[in-house]
Design a protein around this ligand. Sequence first.
Ligand code: ADA
Length: 553
Amino acid sequence: MDYRKQLLYGEWDFFFAPTTLANINLAEVVFDKSCHVPNCFDATGEYRFKRGCGIYRKEICASGKIKLEIEGIGLRASVFWDRQKISEMNIPFTAEQFVFDAGKYGKHELIIATENTLDSSPSSMFHPFYDFYGYGGIYRDVYITPLPEVWVEFARVTTLDLKSGKVEILLQLGGNWQKGVDIELGFDNGKTFIVSGKSPELTFCKCVPDKREWTPDSPVLHSMQINLNGNLQEVTFGLRIIEINEGRICLNGKAIKLVGFNRHDAHPDYGYAIHEKLIRADLEKIKKAGYNFIRGCHYPQSETMLKICDELGLLVWDESLGWGNKITSLTDPVFCDLQQRQTRKMVRRSINHPSIILWGFLNEAETNVTEARNLIEKIYRTVKSEDSSRLVTFATMFGEEDLCLDLVDVISFNTYPGWYGNVDMQEFSPQAVLEKLRQLADYSSQEKWRNKGLILSEIGAAALPGDHSGLRWSEEYQANLLSTVLNEVWENERWSGVAFWLFADTKTYSDGRALARPRGFNNKGVLNEYRLPKLAWEVLIQQLKEKVQFRRI
Ligand code: ADA
């Protein structure tokens, strides 16, 4: 938190044009509408499902050097200050920041022109074949911060030792640090100490007084206050260590069983611009039901979402944007560069959230091809260079055929036995599911994978609300399948956890996949898109309760 930071929330002027950004002449734009930001202009109302440009304008009082932060747009954007282009944004969901001179004190005009047309070139960051809807707009919060002569640009707090509460602190300075700085720091608003430096980067270790561990059962947060020349910032963090011991994922030294959901940060009425209250309601539901794990599929999670997970004690897999990317993309230099950039940005932005235990990237890319190895290895290295304290993974759909599993810390399988592949199976039979899960667990138990964690990152079946036929597509079929999976993952120690596919039904496209995606939704949620429960929701809660009575998760 930065105490000078101003949230540009609320009413903005708006204009829609059914064209591309390249064809927009700002002088001809008439802002004839207004809307609330964050906003997905094509989620609802007049511009629902339209493709084109959503142009947003806000008047702002500012002067001198400022930092503009935009937490996420879709699918691309151009940013203008007083009609001068400051920058372009070409990675959906990724937070970007721009430092520039706002000019003399007074009213200025900020324009964020977004575009949601789909791009199928190899370098595209959002392909039309992705199985979630490509909305346009300003998905997340926008902030400005007036900057002093020198400021703390980045602060990272890493737990080194739980017993002593020892942490490593890294501070990176922006602005005119050459004269040397004295920074006053303190923990939990307690006694302060001074750190002096004459370089843009300072690293040192400290013990947190009155230290308390962060765990899912007791998610105690600490804070670090930073005072540089009277400008105050605060970093929230938790003391916890995540590691792999003999193939098991351990939190604070104890093996943990992760049980939870893949969750799209989306809502049918708001797209990806969903209000904190709705995010909180989802997360509290998950926590109260007894789960401890969320895979934020398939893009970086918002600061709001992560903050709530920190508070509730939910463990998070945060992943950068990707879906089924083909080898033509994985070997395309622009795509490779964007993937590395977005993953680095995700890690730097969210690094202090204790809830995040796993960094992921490139969901279901073509990692059964040797040429994919280069990019997988590069992204892995990028993440580790920013953060060696967490585990790194990607979700594969190729099982034993994957050629990149050796390159990451945790093997994560997406698999759909009993759903895809077994189309003749009308009534659920556990056999196919159990066989597949045992085969994957056995494969991952070989000597060469012994030190890797193992997660079932996706598994599920679609259920149409109200279908009680007991056959495929029914609530019963889904409940039976997921309940079989929960038993198996719980009993087999090789699995460190499961993220069921999916928390809530999610909007996708209704064209090419019409038969597999009735209503234009991915219907594998255990809740429908408005969060009304299907049978599986209740069945799994009961089952989990019984299991937890015998062993803690
Ligand atoms: C994949 C993919 C998900 C979703 C799922 C499904 O595993 O990662 O995003 O598309 O399949 O429902 O088929």
